[in-house]
Design a protein around this ligand. Structure first.
Ligand code: G
Ligand code: G
Ligand code: MN
Ligand code: NA
Length: 254
Protein backbone atom coordinates (compact mmCIF):
# COMPACT_ATOMS: atom_id res chain seq x y z
CA UNK A 1 0.00 0.00 0.00
CA UNK A 2 2.60 2.55 1.05
CA UNK A 3 4.71 2.24 -2.07
CA UNK A 4 6.17 4.99 -4.19
CA UNK A 5 3.61 4.40 -6.96
CA UNK A 6 0.68 4.54 -4.57
CA UNK A 7 1.95 7.78 -3.04
CA UNK A 8 2.36 9.25 -6.52
CA UNK A 9 -1.20 8.25 -7.44
CA UNK A 10 -2.51 9.64 -4.16
CA UNK A 11 -0.96 12.99 -5.02
CA UNK A 12 -2.48 12.95 -8.52
CA UNK A 13 -5.90 11.94 -7.18
CA UNK A 14 -5.75 14.64 -4.49
CA UNK A 15 -6.06 12.17 -1.60
CA UNK A 16 -3.83 14.24 0.69
CA UNK A 17 -5.61 16.64 2.97
CA UNK A 18 -4.37 19.10 5.53
CA UNK A 19 -5.63 19.20 9.11
CA UNK A 20 -4.95 22.07 11.49
CA UNK A 21 -4.14 21.97 15.20
CA UNK A 22 -4.49 25.18 17.25
CA UNK A 23 -1.54 26.67 19.10
CA UNK A 24 -2.71 28.47 22.23
CA UNK A 25 -1.26 31.42 24.12
CA UNK A 26 -0.90 30.08 27.67
CA UNK A 27 -1.55 33.43 29.42
CA UNK A 28 -4.78 34.23 27.55
CA UNK A 29 -6.09 31.00 26.01
CA UNK A 30 -6.21 32.70 22.61
CA UNK A 31 -5.45 30.83 19.38
CA UNK A 32 -2.22 32.39 18.08
CA UNK A 33 -1.74 29.97 15.24
CA UNK A 34 -2.29 26.50 13.85
CA UNK A 35 0.04 23.71 12.74
CA UNK A 36 -0.69 22.15 9.34
CA UNK A 37 -0.58 18.33 9.52
CA UNK A 38 -0.98 16.22 6.39
CA UNK A 39 -3.43 13.29 6.20
CA UNK A 40 -3.85 10.63 3.51
CA UNK A 41 -7.51 9.86 2.94
CA UNK A 42 -7.26 6.55 1.08
CA UNK A 43 -10.47 5.58 -0.83
CA UNK A 44 -10.64 2.05 0.62
CA UNK A 45 -8.24 1.96 3.62
CA UNK A 46 -9.42 5.21 5.15
CA UNK A 47 -7.15 7.66 6.91
CA UNK A 48 -3.45 6.82 6.86
CA UNK A 49 -1.18 8.56 9.39
CA UNK A 50 1.76 10.65 8.16
CA UNK A 51 3.93 8.66 10.59
CA UNK A 52 3.36 5.74 8.17
CA UNK A 53 3.89 7.43 4.82
CA UNK A 54 6.21 10.41 5.43
CA UNK A 55 9.26 8.11 5.83
CA UNK A 56 8.53 6.50 2.42
CA UNK A 57 7.91 9.91 0.90
CA UNK A 58 11.29 11.02 2.31
CA UNK A 59 13.15 8.02 0.87
CA UNK A 60 11.59 8.31 -2.58
CA UNK A 61 11.81 12.10 -2.82
CA UNK A 62 8.03 12.39 -3.12
CA UNK A 63 8.12 14.49 0.04
CA UNK A 64 9.15 17.39 -2.23
CA UNK A 65 5.86 17.61 -4.18
CA UNK A 66 3.80 16.50 -1.14
CA UNK A 67 5.47 19.11 1.06
CA UNK A 68 4.93 21.82 -1.54
CA UNK A 69 1.28 20.82 -1.78
CA UNK A 70 0.88 21.09 2.04
CA UNK A 71 2.64 24.47 2.11
CA UNK A 72 0.47 25.89 -0.69
CA UNK A 73 -2.74 24.49 0.78
CA UNK A 74 -1.92 25.81 4.28
CA UNK A 75 -1.02 29.30 3.04
CA UNK A 76 -4.11 29.44 0.83
CA UNK A 77 -6.30 28.43 3.77
CA UNK A 78 -4.73 30.94 6.14
CA UNK A 79 -5.28 33.74 3.64
CA UNK A 80 -8.90 32.59 3.19
CA UNK A 81 -9.50 32.71 6.98
CA UNK A 82 -8.08 36.23 7.08
CA UNK A 83 -10.27 37.32 4.21
CA UNK A 84 -13.30 35.80 5.94
CA UNK A 85 -12.65 38.24 8.79
CA UNK A 86 -11.15 35.95 11.45
CA UNK A 87 -8.39 37.52 13.57
CA UNK A 88 -5.13 36.89 11.68
CA UNK A 89 -3.05 33.99 12.98
CA UNK A 90 0.17 32.18 12.21
CA UNK A 91 0.36 29.07 10.03
CA UNK A 92 3.07 26.57 11.02
CA UNK A 93 4.21 24.10 8.34
CA UNK A 94 6.56 21.12 8.83
CA UNK A 95 9.61 20.98 6.57
CA UNK A 96 11.25 17.55 6.28
CA UNK A 97 14.98 16.92 6.09
CA UNK A 98 14.90 16.28 2.36
CA UNK A 99 12.92 19.47 1.70
CA UNK A 100 15.28 21.49 3.86
CA UNK A 101 18.31 20.24 1.90
CA UNK A 102 16.82 21.44 -1.41
CA UNK A 103 18.43 24.67 -2.58
CA UNK A 104 15.06 25.48 -4.21
CA UNK A 105 13.19 25.65 -0.88
CA UNK A 106 13.64 29.41 -0.54
CA UNK A 107 12.31 30.00 -4.06
CA UNK A 108 9.39 27.64 -3.45
CA UNK A 109 8.39 29.45 -0.27
CA UNK A 110 8.69 32.80 -2.02
CA UNK A 111 6.50 31.61 -4.90
CA UNK A 112 3.83 30.20 -2.59
CA UNK A 113 3.67 33.40 -0.55
CA UNK A 114 3.39 35.51 -3.68
CA UNK A 115 0.76 33.24 -5.28
CA UNK A 116 -1.40 33.01 -2.17
CA UNK A 117 -0.94 36.64 -1.06
CA UNK A 118 -0.19 35.54 2.52
CA UNK A 119 2.07 38.03 4.30
CA UNK A 120 5.34 36.29 5.29
CA UNK A 121 5.07 37.04 9.01
CA UNK A 122 2.00 34.78 9.21
CA UNK A 123 4.07 31.78 8.10
CA UNK A 124 6.29 29.73 10.40
CA UNK A 125 8.38 26.78 9.23
CA UNK A 126 9.11 23.91 11.64
CA UNK A 127 12.49 22.19 11.23
CA UNK A 128 13.29 19.29 13.53
CA UNK A 129 16.21 19.62 15.88
CA UNK A 130 17.99 16.64 14.32
CA UNK A 131 17.70 18.07 10.80
CA UNK A 132 18.83 21.51 11.97
CA UNK A 133 21.93 20.10 13.69
CA UNK A 134 23.07 17.86 10.79
CA UNK A 135 25.10 20.58 9.09
CA UNK A 136 24.95 23.71 11.18
CA UNK A 137 26.73 25.93 8.64
CA UNK A 138 24.22 24.98 5.96
CA UNK A 139 21.32 25.39 8.40
CA UNK A 140 22.53 28.82 9.35
CA UNK A 141 22.73 30.02 5.73
CA UNK A 142 19.36 28.50 4.85
CA UNK A 143 17.57 29.96 7.88
CA UNK A 144 19.07 33.40 7.28
CA UNK A 145 17.64 33.38 3.74
CA UNK A 146 14.25 32.18 4.89
CA UNK A 147 14.07 34.72 7.67
CA UNK A 148 15.12 37.54 5.35
CA UNK A 149 11.76 36.96 3.69
CA UNK A 150 10.04 37.74 6.99
CA UNK A 151 8.84 34.25 7.94
CA UNK A 152 9.62 32.73 11.34
CA UNK A 153 11.37 29.49 12.26
CA UNK A 154 10.60 26.95 15.00
CA UNK A 155 12.81 24.05 16.06
CA UNK A 156 10.49 20.99 16.26
CA UNK A 157 10.88 17.90 18.48
CA UNK A 158 13.24 19.87 20.70
CA UNK A 159 15.04 17.75 23.30
CA UNK A 160 15.12 14.58 21.21
CA UNK A 161 18.24 15.51 19.22
CA UNK A 162 21.65 16.71 20.22
CA UNK A 163 21.74 20.49 20.16
CA UNK A 164 24.91 22.23 21.05
CA UNK A 165 23.83 25.17 23.19
CA UNK A 166 26.39 27.23 21.36
CA UNK A 167 24.65 26.57 18.03
CA UNK A 168 21.25 27.17 19.51
CA UNK A 169 22.43 30.64 20.48
CA UNK A 170 23.75 31.41 17.01
CA UNK A 171 21.02 30.00 14.78
CA UNK A 172 18.50 32.57 13.48
CA UNK A 173 15.38 30.99 15.02
CA UNK A 174 12.29 32.31 16.79
CA UNK A 175 10.87 29.44 18.75
CA UNK A 176 11.50 26.07 20.34
CA UNK A 177 8.85 23.31 20.38
CA UNK A 178 9.34 21.02 23.38
CA UNK A 179 8.80 17.45 22.19
CA UNK A 180 5.70 15.79 23.57
CA UNK A 181 7.73 12.90 25.03
CA UNK A 182 8.77 15.32 27.83
CA UNK A 183 5.26 16.62 28.48
CA UNK A 184 3.31 13.39 29.13
CA UNK A 185 4.79 12.83 32.60
CA UNK A 186 5.73 16.38 33.71
CA UNK A 187 3.36 16.25 36.65
CA UNK A 188 4.59 12.85 37.91
CA UNK A 189 8.21 12.49 36.79
CA UNK A 190 10.57 14.97 38.51
CA UNK A 191 13.22 14.45 35.81
CA UNK A 192 10.84 15.43 32.99
CA UNK A 193 9.62 18.35 35.10
CA UNK A 194 13.13 19.72 35.53
CA UNK A 195 14.02 19.14 31.87
CA UNK A 196 10.97 21.14 30.79
CA UNK A 197 11.64 23.92 33.32
CA UNK A 198 15.22 24.13 32.11
CA UNK A 199 14.27 24.25 28.41
CA UNK A 200 11.81 27.10 29.11
CA UNK A 201 14.44 29.10 31.04
CA UNK A 202 17.04 28.44 28.37
CA UNK A 203 14.69 29.51 25.56
CA UNK A 204 13.73 32.71 27.36
CA UNK A 205 17.36 33.55 28.14
CA UNK A 206 18.07 33.24 24.41
CA UNK A 207 15.03 35.48 23.68
CA UNK A 208 13.18 32.60 22.04
CA UNK A 209 9.51 31.74 22.40
CA UNK A 210 8.69 28.26 23.66
CA UNK A 211 5.72 26.03 22.88
CA UNK A 212 4.90 22.70 24.52
CA UNK A 213 3.28 20.01 22.39
CA UNK A 214 1.18 17.04 23.43
CA UNK A 215 -0.55 18.85 26.30
CA UNK A 216 -3.45 16.61 27.31
CA UNK A 217 -4.39 17.50 30.90
CA UNK A 218 -5.27 20.55 33.00
CA UNK A 219 -2.43 19.62 35.39
CA UNK A 220 0.12 19.78 32.56
CA UNK A 221 -1.36 23.12 31.49
CA UNK A 222 -1.10 24.51 35.05
CA UNK A 223 2.50 23.35 35.32
CA UNK A 224 3.43 25.03 32.02
CA UNK A 225 1.62 28.21 33.00
CA UNK A 226 3.52 28.35 36.30
CA UNK A 227 6.78 28.01 34.33
CA UNK A 228 5.83 30.85 31.96
CA UNK A 229 5.71 28.61 28.87
CA UNK A 230 4.47 30.88 26.05
CA UNK A 231 2.25 28.55 24.03
CA UNK A 232 0.81 25.06 24.04
CA UNK A 233 -0.58 22.60 21.56
CA UNK A 234 -2.38 19.36 22.36
CA UNK A 235 -5.56 17.36 22.78
CA UNK A 236 -6.48 19.32 25.93
CA UNK A 237 -7.43 22.20 23.69
CA UNK A 238 -8.01 20.47 20.36
CA UNK A 239 -6.82 17.64 18.19
CA UNK A 240 -5.85 18.42 14.58
CA UNK A 241 -9.07 19.28 12.71
CA UNK A 242 -10.22 19.50 9.10
CA UNK A 243 -10.50 23.13 7.97
CA UNK A 244 -14.29 23.26 8.25
CA UNK A 245 -14.25 22.08 11.88
CA UNK A 246 -11.65 24.69 12.74
CA UNK A 247 -14.04 27.45 11.60
CA UNK A 248 -16.13 26.85 14.70
CA UNK A 249 -13.16 27.20 17.06
CA UNK A 250 -12.05 30.37 15.28
CA UNK A 251 -15.52 31.83 15.62
CA UNK A 252 -15.42 31.26 19.39
CA UNK A 253 -11.97 32.87 19.41
CA UNK A 254 -13.28 36.06 17.80
O1 G B 1 -0.28 14.50 12.85
P1 G B 1 0.49 13.33 13.36
O2 G B 1 0.79 13.31 14.85
O3 G B 1 -0.14 12.03 12.97
O4 G B 1 1.91 13.38 12.59
C1 G B 1 2.86 12.38 12.72
C2 G B 1 4.20 12.90 12.26
O5 G B 1 4.13 13.32 10.89
C3 G B 1 4.69 14.10 13.06
O6 G B 1 6.04 13.88 13.38
C4 G B 1 4.57 15.23 12.12
O7 G B 1 5.60 16.17 12.30
C5 G B 1 4.70 14.59 10.75
N1 G B 1 3.99 15.39 9.75
C6 G B 1 2.68 15.69 9.71
N2 G B 1 2.40 16.48 8.66
C7 G B 1 3.58 16.70 8.03
C8 G B 1 3.94 17.45 6.85
O8 G B 1 3.14 18.11 6.18
N3 G B 1 5.27 17.41 6.50
C9 G B 1 6.20 16.72 7.21
N4 G B 1 7.45 16.74 6.79
N5 G B 1 5.89 16.02 8.31
C10 G B 1 4.59 16.01 8.71
O1 G C 1 6.32 16.29 15.40
P1 G C 1 5.16 17.23 15.24
O2 G C 1 5.13 18.34 16.22
O3 G C 1 5.01 17.76 13.84
O4 G C 1 3.92 16.30 15.54
C1 G C 1 2.64 16.73 15.71
C2 G C 1 1.90 15.45 16.00
O5 G C 1 1.52 15.36 17.37
C3 G C 1 0.64 15.33 15.18
O6 G C 1 0.66 14.08 14.58
C4 G C 1 -0.47 15.38 16.19
O7 G C 1 -1.54 14.53 15.79
C5 G C 1 0.20 14.86 17.45
N1 G C 1 -0.42 15.40 18.66
C6 G C 1 -0.87 16.65 18.80
N2 G C 1 -1.36 16.84 20.05
C7 G C 1 -1.19 15.70 20.71
C8 G C 1 -1.48 15.29 22.06
O8 G C 1 -1.99 16.05 22.89
N3 G C 1 -1.15 14.04 22.39
C9 G C 1 -0.57 13.18 21.50
N4 G C 1 -0.29 11.95 21.94
N5 G C 1 -0.28 13.53 20.24
C10 G C 1 -0.57 14.77 19.83
MN1 MN D 1 5.64 19.87 13.90
NA1 NA E 1 7.19 17.53 17.33
Amino acid sequence: LKTENNLRHALERKEFHVHYQPQIEVSTGRILGVEALVRWQHPTTGMISPAEFIPIAENTGLIIPIGEYVLREACTQNKAWQEAGFPPMRMAVNISGRQFQQQTLVQTVENVLRETGLEPHWLELEITESVAMQDVEFTNRMLLELRKMGISIAIDDFGTGYSSLNYLKRLPIDKIKIDRSFIGDITIDPDDASIVKTIILLAHNLKLKVIAEGVETIEQFEFLKAQNCDELQGYLFSKPLPKNDLHQLLTKNN
